[in-house]
Design a protein around this ligand. Sequence first.
Ligand code: ATP
Ligand code: MG
Ligand code: MG
Length: 285
Amino acid sequence: GQVLNDRYKILNAIGGGGMANVYLGHDTILDRKVAIKALRMEYAHDEEFIERFRREAQSTISLSHPNIVSIYDVGEEDDNDNIYYIVMEYVRGMTLKQYIQQYGPLPAEEAVDVMKQITSAISHAHHNEIIHRDIKPQNILIDNKGNAKVTDFGIAMALSHTSVTQTNSVLGSVHYLSPEQARGGTAIKKSDIYSLGIVFFEMLTGRLPFSGESAVSIALKHLQSKTPSVRRWIPDIPQSVENVVLKATAKNPFHRYENTAQIEEDLATVLLPSRMNEEKFSPPE
Ligand code: ATP
Ligand code: MG
Ligand code: MG
């Protein structure tokens, strides 16, 4: 196989989307597995995409958090074609999307646990003035020990997510699109909070809150339709858990959680009172 910078051996493809391909690689110097994200060939001559790809690496590299995929190295290879790549921590497991598809809705305790981890990751990013802008289960990796790691940072700044002419990867994001972004506005920290709320809904129910014929019709639902109740699908979900979804996905940013710290605060206690009421937690006779 191909070797980048005389160091990183490319083993096999493990994923990819609109902008990049991701490979399992081997770092021959440190003798460890790595993930290598490479800008797709068709964009290797497009300055705008190259710039965006570099920016992605730069914004992630400034972050150091157990629930954010670590960046190890970036590089450009001058072959006959230019290869732009990011070397990162290899997460052995699957995406949260695959996890939900494979196991169905997460039990409330597990969903709350994953939600705590990803909210902590986004808190760290926001403290560093970085807005993720593309929070979705496809960009959250779950390793074999149940650790959640957020990846794919800082992309799509210049892209309008609502445009029907966008690539599939951008269309995919419309399911997690905040009302203010659906309206064509720029993403703010609270837009990440909205996306987190949709991801929480999806973990709890195994489904998306809004679906439709087109990206535009889904974007309109984010703007206009009430977030459906988690209880409709999972009748025994505690109201306290449901409330986190509702407060994170408030249409008006002023009614939404002020910041990620508030979500973390609620998540810390969300299962405590109701758990005591549940039969399985009542003391033995
Ligand atoms: P873009 O949205 O910029 O086009 P992308 O969405 O294709 O890029 P990523 O989301 O970073 O790129 O990665 C694509 C897929 O590759 C992920 O959904 C996941 O399946 C896999 N993947 C990415 N990074 C890692 C990693 N560090 N370890 C293991 N698998 C990874
Ligand atoms: Mg992605
Ligand atoms: Mg991406």
